[in-house]
Write a protein that binds this ligand. Structure first.
Ligand code: IVH
Length: 681
């Protein structure tokens, strides 16, 4: 409708019609953009229409309708989630682990049906996200809930509304009515690229990282404030309905097409198979495709296609007889431990790294794996030449699980820990209760390089183009030795380096230039002061407001801050009193680096004030006791058992049943490394 014709229709009616047209067009374009991935409208034009809609709705709030695209981000925070009983239970699936299990599955179907008729199947990638139910009433999205225990879930309607691939109104052909009530089911997930970006942003903001996309999706859906959920890159694939009987579909294949026509996103890899052998080849194929997919899948769901057959087969207590989840093999493999190298970290910590005979695990070749620390190495009882079990979980660094002692030949050799630093030769020390052996030499070249890599890296100043490789190159060429040297690098020098060109040199110089006015918290975190992670850096920045005030503070000043313990206070005072540090800060100042001041904030609780931690399994770098007192220092709490108040489950070695329970509840599970970062270790 044009502005001109608006003039012909009186006031409010004109606005109503215009709003209706805007909503229809915006929903249509959003569907093309998000669901079909085939936009036909420029982003700027979409934004313009959206702004017009919002402006009109502000003037006429009584005309806002629940399917208006503006309603995706609205919503005020909830005090708690209400429960929702599912009208039809949300069942789970039995597992199959390969072709033989799938053949057995079909045999069971034959036995149950008492005939060996040919059965066709739908195969669907099994997304590793969270199952949800969406209820549409007369075509409008009315209620959305989690699976919960299958019978009762939580009402997360407002959060689900923020997901652009969930239609607020079902699309129907002209004149066709939407079903009176439709209960749609599917999986909410976060794609791998989005997940990586989300975690990077969280790292920068000093927020805890999600262990994997599934936890990211779970954590985002469990937000009481839908505005937070709206910032998370959630996505949705539909895979079924609670009850297909009243729908114009005779089988799963037709149902998925129908759901697609209603505006839902259907996974493009779903496939109709004529028989079980075709199912098995799809399974192999999907496994090959897995590592190239933009999202995590952990298997393939196989469903009897025909609804009449599904009906006859029915369900057992927890799972339908007509479907099964064919799971991919766990990401574990055995290989040989050829050597153990000892790396020197930024803080001088000596970390043993296993050098392995290269082996493919879950589509990736693994030749190195972490052994964490000396205690861990001893606990596992590894020997050189051992056959070892190695595992990879998602994006996590591969690790050695255990030696396969049964295959020992007697020729294996013990692993000896170094007594001097492999990089600088300084005798190593292991202080008191610490699980970590360290090189105490602050001028150790390895520590310097790591310190510089940390400074320029993502948890530091985030200087683009100065990643690990570039820093190593600059150090080995003698171009930088310490932080101020970075600010003396010249364009010509960089452009002349092997592998660099004018363009990359220019970009790096520009990035360095842009980092000359860092916010205080970022700068502090970048310095890599022992025990001062991103959270503590923020705490200090809020409290002191300027680098000058901070560097003059004494131990008691630090101890007065909630969240700063003795160890940190000592470390901070030692750091800022060190003449080489003073000199370095002076040089940075002279080179034009101006750390931004922050408004000091004196009130407020600790940095972990809203966090409740639960531990499962053993920690390798500090005792539970240390971990707990650190959390308390930072204002957080520690739970003794699983409950919904828990915000972080810390995953140690050999986790117990709490882990399974935590996963079921969709709680955020973090690794020990992530935990250490949070508490500033
Ligand atoms: S069908 C009765 N289809 O797998 C049918 N489930 O244990 C049950 N899942 O919690 C679900 N992709 O979250 C189905 N294409 C798919 C699926 C799928 C992922 C998840 C779902 C459910 C679990 C089953």
């Amino acid at each position: 409708m044009t502005q001109l014709s608006l003039l012909n229709i009186s006031g409010k009616e004109a606005v109503r019609q215009r709003l209706q047209a805007l909503r229809r067009d915006l929903n249509l374009h959003a569907h093309r953009y998000y669901v079909l991935d085939a936009p036909i409208l420029a982003d700027a034009e979409y934004d313009r229409m959206f702004q017009e809609l919002v402006a009109l709705e502000q003037q006429h709030p009584e005309l806002i309708s629940p399917d208006s695209p503006s309603q995706r981000v609205g919503g005020s925070p909830l005090a708690q989630f209400e429960t929702v009983a599912h009208t039809v239970p949300m069942l789970s699936l039995e597992n199959a682990f390969g072709g033989d299990d799938l053949v057995d599955f079909e045999e069971r179907l034959f036995r149950f049906l008492q005939s060996r008729t040919q059965i066709s199947y739908m195969t669907e990638p099994k997304l590793d996200g969270l199952a949800v139910e969406l209820v549409y009433e007369d075509g409008l999205f009315a209620l959305g809930s989690t699976r919960g225990d299958g019978l009762v879930g939580e009402n997360i309607t407002l959060n689900l509304k923020t997901i652009p691939t969930i239609p607020l109104r079902l699309r129907t052909r002209d004149g066709e009515a939407a079903p009176g009530r439709l209960e749609v089911r599917g999986e909410v997930f976060i794609g791998l690229a989005d997940f990586k970006k989300l975690n990077e942003e969280r790292g920068k903001a000093g927020e805890p990282l999600f262990a994997n996309p599934r936890n990211g999706a779970a954590g985002s859906l469990r937000q009481l404030d839908p505005k937070i959920t709206a910032t998370r890159p959630l996505d949705f694939y539909v895979y079924g309905v609670s009850d297909p009987t009243s729908l114009p579909c005779r089988n799963q294949h037709e149902l998925l097409n129908y759901l697609g026509s209603l505006g839902f996103k259907v996974n493009p890899l779903v496939h109709l198979c004529r028989d079980i052998s075709e199912v098995i080849s799809r399974f192999t194929r999907l496994q090959d495709q897995r590592s190239a997919l933009a999202y995590d899948i952990d298997g393939m769901v196989v469903k009897v296609n025909d609804f009449a057959l599904q009906e006859r087969l029915g369900a057992k207590a927890r799972s339908p007889r007509w479907a099964i989840a064919a799971k991919f093999p766990a990401s574990q493999a055995t290989t040989r431990l050829m050597a153990v190298e000892f790396g020197v970290g930024r803080t001088g910590a000596i970390t043993p790294v296993a050098i392995l005979e290269p082996v493919r695990i879950g589509g990736v070749t693994v030749s190195r794996a972490t052994l964490h620390n000396e205690d861990e190495l001893r606990r596992k009882g590894l020997m050189l030449g051992d056959t070892v079990l190695v595992q990879r979980a998602g994006d996590v660094i591969p690790e050695v699980v255990k030696p396969v002692v049964e295959t020992r030949t007697g020729r294996e050799l013990p692993i000896t820990m170094p007594t001097i630093c492999p990089e600088c030769g300084e005798p190593l020390i292991r202080a008191g209760q610490e699980a970590i052996t360290r090189c105490p030499n602050p001028n150790c070249p390895a520590q310097r390089v790591r310190g510089l890599i940390h400074f320029t890296g993502k948890s530091g100043m985030d200087i683009e183009g100065l990643g690990k490789k570039a820093v190593e190159q600059l150090v080995s060429q003698g171009l930088i030795q310490d932080i101020p040297d970075i600010y003396q690098l010249e364009l010509e020098t960089l452009a002349a380096l092997g592998g660099w060109g004018d363009k990359s040199a220019e970009n790096v110089v520009r990035a360095i230039q842009a980092s000359r006015t860092p916010p205080l918290a970022r700068f502090l975190a970048a310095l890599g002061i022992r025990h001062v992670g991103e959270v503590t850096a923020q705490l200090l920045a809020h409290h002191f407001g300027s680098l000058a005030r901070l560097s003059l503070a004494g131990e008691t000043d630090f101890l007065h801050i909630e969240g700063i313990g003795e160890q940190m206070a000592t470390s901070l005072v030692d750091y800022f009193q060190d003449p080489t540090v003073q000199e370095m800060l002076g040089r940075l100042q002279a080179l034009g680096v101006r750390v931004q001041e922050e408004k000091p904030d004196t009130g407020a609780g600790g940095a972990l004030a809203d966090s409740v931690f639960l531990f499962t399994g053993g920690l390798s770098r500090l005792s539970r006791h240390e971990a707990k007192s650190r959390i308390k220092e930072l204002g957080g709490q520690v739970a003794s058992g699983i409950n919904r108040k828990v915000t972080h489950v810390v995953l140690g070695d050999n986790p117990g049943s709490k882990l399974t329970k935590a996963r079921e509840l969709g709680l955020t599970v973090i690794t020990e490394d992530e935990f250490l970062r949070l508490i500033g270790r």
